[in-house]
Design a protein around this ligand. Structure first.
Ligand SMILES: [Zn+2]
Length: 139
């Protein structure tokens, strides 16, 4: 049974999809504090990556676990409209893979950070790994 009307649903979705989410801001703030300068939401690139280092050809995605269908503790399918969401999120996962592939073909390095990796207990490790990646791929 459809318990959410179309308008409400599209409102929910636009919220989930919105840019400048909390996880994104966390990562951006961290990188900025470390002296990194970057571009955000580069629409010219496939998937308009959340953070881009143009010169070093690095694209970083900060993915919300729900919207991008991450197989983790945070992710739960909504109890209503299960089929709808399943299909929707499968498509999102698929699209993420396609976009990543397109970026790789453009000779970009792609790095993905998940929302669940930014919880207090994991955030230090996540940021350390990110810095390692950036240092290794510096041109
Ligand atoms: Zn996750």
């Amino acid at each position: 049974m459809d318990t959410v009307d179309k308008k409400t649903r599209s409102e929910i979705m636009s919220k989930i999809r919105s840019k400048n989410t909390k996880p994104e801001l966390l990562v951006r703030k961290f990188l900025f504090s470390k002296g990194y300068r970057y571009r955000i939401h580069n629409k010219k690139l496939p998937g308009s990556p959340d953070i881009v280092f143009t010169k070093n050809k690095i694209a970083i995605f900060i993915n919300g676990c729900f919207w991008h269908g991450h197989d983790c503790d945070i992710f739960h399918l909504p109890k209503s409209n299960v089929e709808y969401w399943k299909e929707k999120l499968d498509k999102n996962r698929e699209r993420d893979l396609v976009k990543k592939d397109e970026l790789l073909k453009l000779d970009y390095k792609v790095y993905t950070i998940w929302e669940c990796e930014l919880v207090k207990s994991k955030i230090d490790e996540t940021f350390n790994n990110l810095i390692d990646f950036l240092v290794q791929n510096k041109k």
